[in-house]
Design a protein around this ligand. Structure first.
Ligand code: FE2
Ligand code: FE2
Length: 361
């Protein structure tokens, strides 16, 4: 919980203290911080897929992006060229990305520290991934500083809520966030390659090699799940994979559509961009998850759009100055409606992927 009451400032952002941005209020849509069962992780037997994990670790050791995240002169004065509205949505994007990258850093760092003695190969992989995420978060935070604000990552570490997930849920959630991160970054990069006039800030030049880090991180979790075959086999695993695919896709879609101005500033349509990222991530997940979602089903985006609408109404209800109980009563129907839509989405017939991956069974 954020305990310090932030004060609005002339910079347009709420600040904890001069130059340090107050973190956005935690909602279901903001990036989470995770913690897990470290003993269970330490006790994991990697032998069923040790050779592949060793190969992934060897890739991490090469540290391909060691010299990549170096700011050049293109950054000088770049922040001043943005109009106030673009500046606002861009700083929001930087903050959200920085928080997600930092969340990865904290989890991977803690994992590598806690399992070092009992599971050295896994610990080494987590250590390299935390190295990468620290670079990513630091690079984003430096860009925020160009706009006169930064996140106090120490404050976030101490004050944000941590969600406990069993290791297998950490695997699903982080695998998806790494692969979705890859597709998000590469899609923006490819688009701006074709439309350089929309490149509003030089940080996008770094996305091509940056996203390769995320891709490797995703491959690590792919190899790790193969070493723990029960995580991706059987009826229970199938249900959980569907659940995580759906919540990750729905959260991103609702959040990005609500923030469509940022994508417009890049010359992208938020909906088209998300549909592409979702299709690609779903396709990639079929390499490891036993089932994936039928995102081409006509109902899929119809129902997501209803959730988008409900969320607009929820935000409107929140903005009214009324007693808390009235607010809850006004919001209740939309919460119920969202739960209904999510349940219907969850029960859409999935696509069986495991028959396409005989090599790993
Ligand atoms: Fe990252
Ligand atoms: Fe990553």
């Amino acid at each position: 919980m954020v305990s310090t009451a932030p004060a609005p400032t002339t910079s347009g952002f709420e600040e904890l203290r001069p130059g340090v941005k107050a973190p956005v209020k935690d909602t279901i849509l903001t990036p989470r911080f995770y913690t897990t069962d470290f003993d269970a992780m330490a006790a994991m037997d990697l032998r069923p897929n040790e050779a592949e994990l060793e190969a992934v670790c060897e890739e991490f050791r090469k540290d391909y992006n060691r010299h990549h995240f170096v700011r050049d002169q293109e950054f000088e004065g770049a922040a001043d060229k943005l109009d106030p509205e673009t500046r606002r949505v861009f700083v929001e994007f930087l903050e959200q990305s920085c928080t997600s990258e930092f969340s990865g850093f904290l989890l991977y760092k803690e994992l590598s520290r806690r399992i070092k003695q009992k599971n050295p190969l896994l610990a080494e992989c987590f250590q390299y991934m935390s190295r990468d995420e620290a670079r990513h978060a630091g690079f984003l935070n430096k860009s925020m500083a160009d706009f006169g604000v930064q996140l106090d990552l120490g404050f976030l570490t101490a004050n944000k809520d941590y969600t406990f997930f069993q290791p297998k849920f950490i695997f699903y959630a982080t695998y998806l966030s790494e692969k979705i991160g890859y597709w998000r970054y590469i899609t923006i990069f490819r688009h701006l390659e074709k439309h350089p006039e929309s490149k509003i800030f030089p940080i996008f030049n770094f996305f091509e090699r940056w996203c390769q880090d995320e891709n490797r991180h995703g491959d690590f979790f792919d190899a790790l799940m193969k070493s723990q075959p029960d995580t991706v086999r059987g009826p229970v695993a199938r249900l959980w994979c569907r659940f995580f695919l759906l919540t990750v896709f729905a959260t991103m879609y609702v959040r990005d559509v609500a923030r469509k101005e940022f994508y417009e500033a890049l010359g992208l349509d938020a909906r088209d961009y998300d549909k592409h990222v979702i299709a690609k991530t779903n396709e990639t997940s079929a390499r490891i998850f036993p089932v994936v979602l039928d995102v081409d089903h006509p109902d899929f985006y119809i129902r997501l759009e209803r959730i988008v609408d409900n969320n607009k109404r929820l935000a409107a209800a929140d903005a009214h100055q009324v007693p808390a109980v009235v607010k809850v009563l006004r919001k209740l129907p939309f919460w119920v409606a969202n739960t209904w839509e999510m349940a219907r989405l969850f029960f859409l017939k999935p696509i069986v992927a495991e028959i396409l991956q005989p090599a790993i069974r």
